[in-house]
Design a protein around this ligand. Structure first.
Ligand SMILES: Cc1cc2nc3c(=O)[nH]c(=O)nc-3n(C[C@H](O)[C@H](O)[C@H](O)COP(=O)(O)OP(=O)(O)OC[C@H]3O[C@@H](n4cnc5c(N)ncnc54)[C@H](O)[C@@H]3O)c2cc1C
Length: 497
């Protein structure tokens, strides 16, 4: 009998392989619980790969008086920089002052709070700068002054995969392309039906299905009922580089929102995001022409290089499943996460609404605190200083590690050594091992890397490899796509799509 047809008994069934689901699975498995996670598609297939990729407190949320969220997110930023130093890096953000927008004194106060509310940071503090006389202002239309502050940046999809990997290494059963189809109560267990035909008995369920959080509850008549989440779509465009340098820009808009312009994949700029109420199918949201126009207009106001829809190299959209706090304005609905317990007794279900990539680790701890009375005894919280896979970098940090990678595998070109050091950290050994040469499928993606992604990181298709495990699809185009597809087919590795 294969695992898929067997009936299994677990302590915790996690629904959804986004950042919150994999974070909970990792935390719970590390505390000794028997955990299964099911993801209907690929890991990070939805919202968790469609973010702005900021590990941040959310400067804008200060204006919305979301102090709890900002404080927690800033504390988390520091912890994540520690546990994933390969994947997450500090970035400087330039905010030009603009006529008719927030006055300098208000921004100064906001940034002072931002520098201190999380209890201090190793990242450089905020400063006021002259943009007309320094490199910070390069690429901008004439503007005299602005501010520079720090935040973090992450490859969001890889953060999810690393959590899944660690969860699996601690005993969790991670199943991708398996849908949760519903559950009924039976004494102290949920009896859950999965799309692969198997049945799972679970003492508790974590419903971290993102935009589907309401749909999953509908499939469990014996669970709680909450108002459906407020679905808010956010889109990004990727355009040829608008400015030089490693820093990003945070641009104020007429509607009081802010837009980020972030250096992306070497010669590109990532611009986002929008906030648009959404009532379509969350599985494949796409950008609307008015969103593209809005984002282009936002950057055109500030940069000398003008952008139009014709310049867009690619775009992506994601859907936030926010807790409905009754706010009429999509931009103002709370971004904080809300955890709701479902029943008075075991078996228990907990549903997660909203949240940020940045706060996934703390959300996971909170979820287990809430579920603890309904689960077998477990060990203490442990994730705040335990490196994610590959994050145990030797002294010298990521810069020294990139050099070591270049020396150990001298056949890698500089860009590939840099990319792989950041993506895999010390796990690069598991990818390249004793290789003395590689078979390059294009843009530095070698067959060994594809083998590793399929064998160890649940990759199945071209898209999993080129858009989520790596971001090479953006450069490689059809040629790389075909090469990966051919390799997967020839080696019976996966289902190319
Ligand atoms: C445009 C945008 C920009 C953002 N920018 C940032 C940012 O810069 N920084 C930040 O910290 N946060 C950001 N966020 C927020 C962040 O992306 C989300 O809070 C986070 O990704 C939510 O993760 P999740 O795991 O809850 O949901 P998801 O990533 O959507 O995961 C839920 C998963 O559940 C699966 N699922 C659903 N139903 C079932 C079922 N029946 N069976 C099995 N699986 C199922 C889905 O397939 C999905 O993969 C942004 C969000 C958006 C939309």
């Amino acid at each position: 009998m294969t695992t898929s047809t067997k009936s299994r008994d677990v302590d915790l069934l996690v629904i959804g392989g986004g950042v919150n689901g994999t974070g909970i699975a990792r935390d719970a498995a590390g505390r000794g619980l028997k955990v299964m996670l099911v993801e209907q598609d690929d890991l990070a297939a939805h919202t968790s790969s469609a973010s702005s990729k900021l590990i941040h407190g959310g400067l804008r949320y200060l204006e919305m008086y979301e102090f709890r969220l900002v404080r927690e997110a800033l504390e988390e930023r520091e912890k994540l920089l520690d546990i994933a130093p390969h994947l997450i890096r500090g970035m400087r953000f330039v905010m030009p002052l603009a006529d008719g927008m927030r006055p300098a004194w208000l921004i100064r106060i906001g940034l002072f709070l931002y520098d201190h509310i999380g209890g201090g940071s190793r990242l450089p503090k905020s400063v006021g700068v002259r943009l007309d006389r320094t490199a910070w202002g390069k690429g901008l239309k004439p503007v005299k002054r602005g501010f520079v502050y720090s935040d973090g940046w992450v490859d969001d999809a890889r953060l999810v995969v690393l959590n899944a990997l660690d969860a699996a290494e601690r005993g969790a059963d991670i199943r991708t392309h398996v849908k949760f189809e519903g559950a009924t109560r039976e004494t102290d267990r949920w009896v859950a039906k999965l799309g692969d035909g198997s049945i799972v008995h679970a003492r508790a369920i974590a419903n971290t299905s993102g935009p589907w959080v309401g749909k999953v509850l509908d499939d469990m008549p014996a669970a709680h009922h909450e108002p459906p989440p407020r679905l808010v779509k956010g889109s990004h465009i990727v355009v040829p580089r608008l400015f030089d340098g490693d820093h990003a820009f945070i641009l104020q808009n007429d509607d009081k929102r802010v837009i980020f312009a972030i250096p992306y994949q070497g010669d590109l700029t990532l611009v986002g995001t929008t906030d648009k109420p959404f009532d379509g199918d969350p599985s494949a949201p796409t950008i609307d022409p008015d969103e593209t126009e809005y984002l282009c207009a936002s950057v055109n106001r500030y940069f000398t290089r003008q952008t139009s829809a014709h310049d867009v190299v690619t775009s992506y959209s994601g859907v936030r499943p926010l807790f409905d706090d009754g706010n009429a304005n999509a931009s103002k609905v709370t971004r904080d996460y809300v955890l709701k317990l479902g029943t008075a007794d075991a078996p228990q279900i907990l549903s997660a609404f909203g949240g940020k990539i940045t706060t996934y680790r703390r959300l996971s701890e909170h979820a287990l605190e809430e579920l603890a009375p309904f689960l077998p005894p477990m060990t203490e919280a442990w994730t705040d200083d335990a490196p994610l896979p590959g994050g145990d970098l030797p002294p010298g940090g990521i810069a020294a590690f990139v050099e070591t990678v270049g020396k150990r595998w001298p056949f890698l070109d500089d860009a590939t050594a840099l990319r792989m050091a950041h993506a895999y950290g010390t796990r690069i050994d598991a990818v390249l091992g004793d290789a003395t040469s590689i078979v390059d499928l294009g843009h530095g993606l070698c067959t060994r890397e594809v083998d590793y992604l399929v064998e160890s990181e649940w990759a199945r298709s071209v898209e999993d490899i080129l858009w989520r495990r790596t971001k090479l699809g953006i450069h490689g185009g059809a040629t790389l796509r075909d090469a990966v597809s051919e390799y997967l087919t020839a080696n019976g590795l996966a289902t190319p799509a």
